[in-house]
Design a protein around this ligand. Structure first.
Ligand SMILES: Nc1ncnc2c1ncn2[C@@H]1O[C@H](COP(=O)(O)OP(=O)(O)OP(=O)(O)O)[C@@H](O)[C@H]1O
Length: 268
């Protein structure tokens, strides 16, 4: 029998009940992700990216189909899947260290108090935020809060890191700095990552594979593109490679030629 991938989405269909009847958001999605792979989901607004990520997070139950993680069925949220949202969702009354600590306490029961403190600071250090450990979220910039959100997620040592447009609310320069942080983390930790993005360059630069979704309703996977840029990656060197240009061209072609933005089609 064929061995199942580390994260395997099998025939995932999601139908939402609405006043006008059932709305099919996703239609028989099959997606296999290996351990240590960084996979991006890209597609026009409303195609079902968040719904798919939420199915993996256990926040949305598929109407049909099953998600397997490490051969176990996923049917509820769990600490083996950490989610980084666009809105950092840090608790404002806790310090940076306490915010990360809360997640570590939930997931790391075999460490002493001192070891847990070291682990929190180590993870803050990985995103260059150890210096702000005693600050509260209100004292941080948007980019700094996202760094803390990422530290909190990786400190949980999840089997899969799920990121829903983690840099969507940031300005271009801050966004680039955060992408560099994520590339550095990937080189060190080799996490299994599923990330939603609207940004073609972000998808190509960070991913081993870019999954392009067709427009909804009943969205499917239109193309599954392997990105052949060697790791570890550095922004400028990677962007100069022909593999980068090829991958970028394929994604742009898909989004702007084969599956145009449905809102611009309506306006035309
Ligand atoms: N709870 C729900 N009930 C009914 N319809 C829903 C529900 N959640 C999502 N949808 C619909 O399912 C489709 C997919 O939504 P989803 O948020 O997954 O898209 P998306 O690709 O993540 O969009 P965006 O890029 O704008 O965030 C949309 O048409 C949306 O209106």
């Amino acid at each position: 029998m064929k061995q199942r991938s580390y994260l395997a989405l099998e025939d995932i269909t999601v139908e939402f009940p609405t006043k006008k009847g059932s709305f099919c958001a996703l239609d028989k999605i099959n997606l296999s992700i290996e351990k240590g792979e960084f996979v991006s989901l890209i597609g026009h607004s409303g195609c079902g990216k968040s719904t798919l990520l939420n199915v993996v997070a256990g926040l949305v139950k598929p109407t049909r189909g099953v998600v397997f993680l490490n051969d176990a069925v996923v049917d509820a949220p769990g600490v083996d899947r950490a989610v980084v949202f666009q809105d950092h969702s840090l608790l404002p009354w806790l310090t940076v260290e306490e915010n990360v600590r809360l997640a570590v306490d939930k997931t790391t029961r075999d460490k002493t108090k001192a070891e847990r403190k070291d682990w929190v600071l180590h993870n803050l250090d990985l995103v260059q935020m150890a210096h702000a450990a005693s600050k509260r979220p209100g004292e941080l910039s948007g980019g700094m809060k996202q760094r803390v959100g990422i530290a909190r997620a990786i400190a949980m040592q999840p089997r899969v890191l799920l990121m829903d447009e983690p840099f969507g609310a940031l300005d271009a320069l801050t966004r680039a700095a955060l992408q560099d942080v994520v590339m550095d983390l990937q080189a060190r930790l080799n996490n299994t990552v599923l990330m939603i993005t609207h940004d073609v360059d972000e998808a190509v630069l960070l991913s081993d594979r870019v999954i392009m979704m067709t427009n909804g309703p009943a969205a499917r996977i239109g193309e599954d593109l392997k990105v052949h840029i060697p790791r570890p990656r550095a922004r400028l060197a990677a962007m100069d490679l022909p593999e980068y240009a090829d991958a970028r061209h394929a994604v742009v072609h898909f989004l702007h030629d084969r599956y145009r933005n449905p809102s611009t089609l309506q306006a035309a």
